[in-house]
Write a protein that binds this ligand. Sequence first.
Ligand code: HEC
Ligand code: HEC
Length: 322
Amino acid sequence: MKNKNIFVLVLFGIFIGLQFFSPEKIDHGTNTPNLMNVPQDVNTILRTSCFDCHSSETHLRWYDKITPANFLVNSHIKEGREALDFSKWNTWPKAQRISTMYYSMNKILSGEMPIPSYSAVHSSAKLDDKQIEILKKYVLSLSPRKPAENLQLQSAEQQYNLWIKGELKKSAVKPSPNGLNYIPDYRNWKAVSTTDRFDNGTMRIIFGNDIAVKAIRNKNTNPWPDGTVFAKTAWKQLIKQDGSISTGEFLQVEFMVKDAEKYKKTKGWGWGRWKGNDLKPYGETHDFDNECIECHKPMTNRDYVFTSPLYLISQLTKIKKQ
Ligand code: HEC
Ligand code: HEC
């Protein structure tokens, strides 16, 4: 019995002695403000579960301050802050904030964060399903391709229907600075192709008139016959809740009108662009179309046309139904 008491006493002595050794001091006290533009509930979760190691603000429990636990805790904090310091959030560019949130979400879902040995002792840092749901929802909302609100979809649908019926602009549309006239009829042409630009959130539909469609059918497209017209419309993209994409705000329409003789100076095509709902002609001077030609140049040996016609895309059926 006596031996055991001495043993405990010695252990206690060592423990007391250990308290004279402590790890290098780190600043625990600097308050970390709420993360800018992040919802309050998300802020609260990150503060409770992550800020101890990933911010300038650390709330140590009494048991964290006891040697040897403090060595472990300090090294976690030091490494954690080095890897990710949320107190610098407000200075990060938007892209960095988004990628940090994605990365954090991954670390949480894989069970790596918060560090399990830490949350085993600090139960308040543990994340429950509800908290994980809140974080997930937030991180998904950061995606640049986020679902549109119903109201937005409704007004886009309305605008699209007006556009189909040609009512978007009733008054006369001014010609392009190079003299090319606007062709309202293109809405009734066939959609020959569509491109979906994920990078800038636009959707383009390219229409061809009857001559273009016939040329496609007869594989008579290089060069395109005189009278061929292409219209390229650009819309903002809207993502529906189910992930499907539809047209949003109307941005612009561009035309290429083929006449080898008449438009000899501009590679056999008349070029024009009309922007926005009021169809304002684009370009300051009559030779603004050099800009179009410059960019279409890679297609020189395909008569300056990018589009290789692609039939029966979903847009075609959508337009036909109207
Ligand atoms: C007990 C301290 C501690 C807690 C609490 C903690 N982490 Fe960490 N975290 C670390 C350490 C240490 C590292 C660096 C070593 C590593 O990657 O495992 C790290 C690394 C990370 C990284 C990787 C950073 C990089 O660039 O490699 C992310 C992201 C991360 N933590 C997110 C979180 C999130 C989100 C939480 C809260 C849900 C959290 N952590 C909670 C200690 C902690
Ligand atoms: C920055 C480069 C660029 C410029 C500038 C440009 N285009 Fe295009 N254009 C393209 C690309 C690429 C396509 C193929 C479809 C797509 O990716 O949207 C295209 C397609 C078109 C089409 C459909 C026929 C085809 O070639 O596929 C028309 C019509 C058109 N452009 C008209 C114009 C007009 C008019 C201008 C000048 C006001 C212009 N473009 C300026 C890059 C450009």
